[in-house]
Unconditional design. Structure first.
Length: 150
């Protein structure tokens, strides 16, 4: 009887060990959907809480508040240069949906500060030198947004 119980306990331990090993091995292998969702979440955090992109890329309402119905739809630049600057942009482009930009364009803009046209980013836009993973996350978030106003 002790032998049967010992074998049963060994079998349970082996099965449990295999199950735990499989779970730990596959926990780090996220599906494309999960990876994309985590990129979107990280990108949203970087865009909204760190870089504060909406401050320039979202139109404002009559009370000068950001218009959530036109989130990141592009807007006139409200910041002015202290001294005249012929390179100063007068409009922040639409970011929602990331229209007109390839992923490579986005990576170049966010990682090197080089615009889609190969030229330097115009002020007042900040020049970013982000890690590739952060650029990918931001692009995923921007692509997840509707490209036309609600």
């Amino acid at each position: 009887m002790k032998t049967i119980i010992g074998i049963a306990i060994c079998a349970v331990l082996v099965i449990t060990s295999i199950s735990v090993s499989y779970t730990q091995t596959n926990k780090n292998k996220s599906s494309p959907t999960t990876a994309r969702e985590s990129d979107i979440t990280r990108g949203k955090y970087l865009v909204e809480e760190v870089a504060k992109c909406a401050e320039c890329h979202t139109p404002r309402d009559a009370q000068n508040q950001l218009d959530p119905a036109r989130w990141l739809q592009g807007a006139p630049i409200w910041i002015t240069s202290v001294k005249p600057d012929p390179q100063w942009a007068d409009r922040a482009p639409t970011l929602a949906g990331f229209p007109g930009y390839s992923d490579e364009d986005g990576a170049s803009i966010l990682e090197k500060g080089i615009g889609a046209n190969g030229e330097a980013i115009r002020p007042p836009m900040h020049i970013y030198h982000l890690k590739h993973e952060d650029a990918v996350a931001i692009i995923a978030y921007l692509r997840s947004l509707p490209s036309t106003p609600k």
